[in-house]
Design a protein around this ligand. Structure first.
Ligand code: ADP
Ligand code: MG
Length: 297
């Protein structure tokens, strides 16, 4: 790599032709192209502003170089983040800062903040969020998924229906292996809304194959309106359900959310709904009507 000589002698990298003024002028002319070739897009786009700022701060050459590199690194990290968020296919933006813990007293904020460190993702552990509709399961999935993306993990969000539908289709078309490999790839697979809709008879077995592949390799974050004790009904097969749970729960954190739907609560606040008689923080799972697919931005 070319090294700089001290500014006092001449700031021309060794190995280049003699540093005549004309050569330097030509190099400056080529600067844009060289920055493009080196894929230093942020420096290229903001060069004048960055150099002006460096001059204003009276940075020496080394400091100015570090300043330019920092701008490039920040821009590349921003691009990586936004690309990884797109690849993750979150249905909407939700954050932990936007989650009102006071509205859901059955959730231990410390537990969620601990999950937000993503140590469980590093370890390949799983998380199950179980609770009735509208209590914030998908919100927390998206928020925790974004934390994992921010820490550099690959994440994919998918609804249980879409995932299992895809595996069933793969089996029918002879592409099951490709699809199992595809869903085994992300370090964290988020499976939303297991248990809302009836599954095809072979879905449980296919899901078992996926969970087995991911076992102790990558993490699964799964939400369900049915407690894990009822998953034999969800999969319509007790043997398959316990095989799935055996692997899923081996290294896992189960977060049980009780209480009222946040959506209905907002509506009640606006007078559209009256509180249900006997509604309490321990209201039975499934006690609320199934939600329409959540797509609000
Ligand atoms: P679930 O997946 O459990 O059915 P959602 O996560 O889709 O529920 O929540 C429904 C809506 O209410 C979403 O817009 C979500 O952001 C919001 N919500 C739920 N719980 C909370 C909360 N405690 N604080 C802030 N918003 C919440
Ligand atoms: Mg949901």
């Amino acid at each position: 790599m070319a090294r700089s000589k001290p500014a006092a002698t001449m700031a021309v990298p060794t190995g280049l032709p003699a540093a005549e003024a004309a050569d330097i002028a030509r190099l400056v002319e080529d600067l844009d192209a060289m920055l493009s070739r080196l894929r230093l897009g942020a420096i290229r786009e903001q060069l004048d502003a960055l150099l002006d700022e460096a001059a204003r701060r009276q940075l020496n050459l080394r400091e100015a170089l570090a300043w330019l590199c920092a701008a490039e690194v920040a821009s590349k990290e921003q691009r990586r983040l936004s690309m990884a968020m797109t690849i993750a296919r979150f249905p909407f933006v939700r954050t932990l800062e936007g989650f009102e813990f006071e509205a859901q007293p059955s959730i231990d904020p410390g537990k969620i903040r601990d999950l937000a460190t993503c140590r469980w993702v590093a370890n390949g552990d799983n998380v199950v969020l179980q609770g009735p509709p509208g209590v914030g399961k998908t919100h927390l999935e998206v928020a925790l998924g974004r934390e994992a993306v921010a820490r550099g993990y690959t994440v994919q969000f998918i609804t249980a229906m879409e995932l299992l539908g895809s595996l069933v289709k793969g089996q029918q078309q002879g592409t099951l292996d490709v699809r199992l490999a595809q869903y085994s790839k992300p370090k964290l697979l988020i499976v939303d809304e297991l248990g809302y809709l009836p599954l095809e008879p072979q879905a449980g077995h296919l899901f078992f194959q996926l969970i087995s592949r991911r076992y102790e390799q990558g993490s699964v974050l799964i939400s369900s309106n049915r407690p894990v004790e009822e998953w034999d009904e969800v999969f319509g097969d007790q043997v398959v359900a316990s095989a799935i749970l055996d692997r899923l729960l081996h290294h896992s954190h189960v977060v049980t959310i009780r209480g009222d739907s946040y959506r209905l609560r907002e509506k009640r606040g606006s007078g559209l709904f009256r509180p249900q008689a006997g509604s309490s923080s321990s209201s039975a799972i499934g006690g609320m009507p199934p939600p329409t697919p959540a797509k609000e931005a």
